[in-house]
Write a protein that binds this ligand. Structure first.
Ligand SMILES: [Fe+2]
Length: 118
């Protein structure tokens, strides 16, 4: 990736919970990779769909790992808004699911177009 975007994570996101802070930073680094790929595509540079998909899938997988860690800590410390927070996690996962479906549909359209052309 040549136009690397700086990590979108900011110091103000620190919670002083080492494990969670480390995961948040990694999470944001994946988001930064996606933002860089989008910027490259928008500026007309070649971005391979595989590169994009791998990064989206990495974000998806890491979300499951991170949310499991976070939710177990919320339970352990009797976080008062536990279920509200879990709902936010679920909404996030739903967004990733929708995004993945959109990519799948776009790829299917390209496949159909290629079949017609070839
Ligand atoms: Fe989190």
């Amino acid at each position: 990736m040549d136009s690397k975007k700086e990590n979108l994570w900011k110091v103000k996101y620190l919670l002083d919970i080492k494990k969670i802070d480390k995961q948040h930073q990694y999470f944001f680094s994946i988001c930064s990779k996606i933002a860089s790929l989008c910027d490259m595509a928008r500026s007309g540079k070649q971005v391979r769909i595989g590169q994009f998909l791998v990064t989206i899938f990495e974000l998806r997988s890491y979300a499951f790992k991170h949310f499991a860690t976070e939710e177990s800590l919320l339970v352990k410390y009797n976080y008062p808004d536990l279920f509200k927070h879990i709902e936010v996690h679920d909404m996030y996962l739903e967004k990733i699911h929708e995004f993945t479906n959109r990519i799948k549909n776009i790829m299917n359209i390209f496949r159909l177009l290629l079949i017609r052309i070839l």
